[in-house]
Structures are given as C-alpha cells and as structure tokens.
Ligand binder design. Structure first.
Ligand SMILES: Nc1nc2c(ncn2[C@@H]2O[C@H](COP(=O)(O)OP(=O)(O)OP(=O)(O)O)[C@@H](O)[C@H]2O)c(=O)[nH]1
Ligand SMILES: [Mg+2]
Length: 353
C-alpha cells in the first residue's frame, strides 16, 4: 500500500515522514525530483503478541510505503504555485496524508487545506474535460460507439459533481461506473487523512481547530492532530525512554500508530493473522472480504482447494492466551467460504489440492 504525504510548503511533511519511518531506510523516488519514500512495518500490538507467543523463524508484518515530497508545490508559503508536475508522484498512491501548518501561527489551516483540496478537484476536472473532448470526437464520427457512450455519460455525471465542488469520494457510483472510473486515478477519490501539525505548546489543549474538523467531516476527510517535531523526537528515544516521554507530553500513542490506523480505516482495510512454527504473518484485506478471499490472499491453491477456515477472533485469542488453549476451550470456529473476515481474526485455512 502506498501513501502520499502532501501539503503546502514548510508544513512539516518531511518531519512527519521521518517520524513515521522511525529510522527505517529511505530512498529517492526514481523519476520524481526531490521525492523520498520509505516502507514501514505496520506497528500492531496483536502481531507482537503472536510473535512473543510462537517465536517463529520469520516474522512478516503488514507494510505501508510513504512518499514524501512527491506533490511538488514551489514558491513561498502565502502564494503556492502548483506546477504541472504537482501530481507526478502521487497519481498512483492509495491514500493521501495532508499535513497542514497549525504550529507557526502564520497560516490559516482551514484555508490551507481548502487551497490544496481545490487544486486536487481542478486536476480531476481537467482530466475529465480532456477525456470528454476526445470521446465527443469519437461519438460525432460514430454515434453508436457503445462503450464510448457509456463512458461519456458517466464522465458527464462526474463533471457535474466536480463543477459543484463535490469531491468524488462523497459521490455514489454504480459498480459499473466505479470500475470505469478506477483507471483515471482521480485525486478526489483517494481517501485523505488531514494532519494538523500543532505547536508543541498547544498539543495538550482540547478541540483545538473546530472549523478545520468540521470542514474535514463535510468533505469526507479523516482528521487528527499531532506535533510532527515532537513525533520526530520520539523516534530518537530508546524503547525504554519512550513511554515516560509520551506520558510527560500527554501523548497516548505515537504518530506511527495513529496515522497508519487512520489510513487503514480510511481505506476500509482490516488485518488478519496466520501463524505456524516458521512464520507469524499479518495480512491486509478490504473490509467485507470473505474467508475465501483470505485464503486467496495467502495462496491461490488455498482458495482453489478451500474446505473450511478455522477462525479465532482476537477477543477470544486474548481471553484464552493462545490458539491451543482456545482450541481446548472450543473457542475456535469452523467457517465456510462466505464467512466475512473480522479485523484481528487469527485464521488457519483447511484446504486440499
Ligand atoms: N515548532 C514546530 N516546528 C515545526 C513542526 N513541524 C515542522 N516544523 C518546522 O517547520 C519547518 C519545515 O518542516 P519540514 O518538515 O521540512 O516541512 P516540509 O513540509 O517538508 O517542507 P517542504 O518540503 O520544504 O515543503 C522546519 O523548520 C521544521 O523544523 C512542529 O510541529 N512544530
Ligand atoms: Mg519536505
């Protein structure tokens, strides 16, 4: 999964990026000037619990790739210039983290978020108009060109939405429309987490930016506030120092947990776990996926030869302390293909090929 970090110049994108990486390796993004990326293991106490329990030879956590600086905005902070290369590095990301300066006192954070949102909307509108023009040319020549007609109708609907300043993530589409629109990688269709980058001294006051929070709610953005600078400091601490520092700062969880959780929620993703003596592994699936989807995620043979899934809910896993105890207590369920996988399920697929 890829997440693009965007925002106006000097809003704290790189500071947050490094806080999220938590020392993980970073590299330049080929072909995108100034952009960096890095992949982190998704921190998950449930995963750590399983690793402690089974001491497998190999551990494979879920991962997220973050890209910083791919959305290129030049010029000074009050008059940002969105170049034609603005979207170069973020077209293909799954979600956006939008960092806004709420620390310097010189930026109206609501306006800043609006400004970038407008730009994303305009980019979608331009793309739609370009495509519509070409479709109309085709349709003038061949009135009965069917797939073109359907695409034209769907894009006309999309254009109407965008002209009304409705981000596409708020719109309702039929499954057919959704499928057709996927190839456009529309920016306003991407889930977004707005991160208000707070001044270190205002972190502990509650409900700091109600206007921005309202705006986010109305536009389908997730919202969270943090102080990127402090989050970066946290990455410099030893594991022993961290809890004390967090407590002193009144931070319940560091950003690398919170941001990733919001992104997962925004993308409607869930995690399930598998284990044996060789490997403990976390897997990511769209919410609503079936046991058969889970099997297919692990191996196509498992999906083909699927018999049953043995499933232990995370609550039961915690309650019994191990798979084996849960088994003795009869807490492991046998589920069919259609079973809807729940976040945190520990799954063992029975299959035959
Ligand atoms: N006080 C304070 N300063 C911050 C915070 N986050 C970032 N800064 C400062 O803001 C400046 C810009 O931070 P960066 O992380 O480089 O911002 P950026 O968005 O990556 O900047 P560009 O890549 O140039 O657009 C730096 O001087 C940071 O030290 C914060 O939470 N509090
Ligand atoms: Mg930067």
């Amino acid at each position: 999964m890829k997440v693009g970090i965007i925002g106006l110049p000097q809003s704290g994108k790189s500071t947050l990026f490094h806080a999220l990486l938590h020392g993980a390796h970073e590299g330049a993004v080929p072909g995108v000037a100034g952009a960096h990326h890095g992949t982190i293991a998704v921190a998950d106490p449930r995963f750590d619990f399983l690793v402690q329990l089974y001491h497998p030879k190999r551990v494979t956590p879920a991962t997220v790739e973050f890209i910083d600086g791919a959305a290129h905005i030049s010029a000074e902070r009050h008059k940002p210039a969105f170049g034609t290369d603005f979207f170069q590095g973020i077209r293909q990301v799954d979600a956006l983290v939008h960092v806004v300066d709420a620390f310097s006192g010189t930026v109206d954070s609501l306006q800043a978020v609006r400004r970038v949102d407008e730009e994303l909307l305009l980019a979608d509108l331009m793309m739609v108009e370009g495509r519509l023009e070409r479709l109309e040319k085709t349709l003038r020549a061949r009135k009965d060109a069917m797939p073109e007609r359907a695409e034209h109708d769907a894009l006309t609907y999309v254009r109407g939405l965008l002209e009304n300043e409705t981000p596409l993530r708020l719109a309702e589409f039929t499954p057919d429309q959704e499928k057709m629109l996927r190839s456009f990688s529309f920016m306003t269709l991407k889930p977004m987490v707005v991160v208000a980058n707070m001044d270190e001294n205002r972190l502990q006051t509650d409900e700091p930016l109600p206007d921005l929070q309202d705006y986010c709610q109305q536009h389908g953005h997730r919202y969270l506030s943090l102080c990127a600078e402090i989050e970066f400091e946290i990455t410099q601490l030893s594991p022993e120092e961290e809890p004390e520092f967090l407590q002193a700062m009144g931070i319940e969880q560091p950003a690398r947990f919170r941001v990733v959780r919001e992104v997962y929620d925004a993308l409607r993703l869930i995690t399930f776990f598998t284990f044996n003596e060789n490997e403990v592994r976390a897997w990511t699936l769209p919410r609503g996926s079936s046991a058969l989807d889970a099997a297919g995620r692990i191996h196509s043979d498992m999906a083909r030869g699927f018999i049953r899934a043995e499933v232990l809910s995370w609550a039961q896993m915690e309650h019994h302390g191990s798979w084996e105890n849960a088994k003795h207590a009869g807490a492991i369920r046998l589920e069919h293909k259609e079973y809807v996988v729940q976040d945190g399920d520990v799954i063992f697929i029975r299959f035959k090929v």
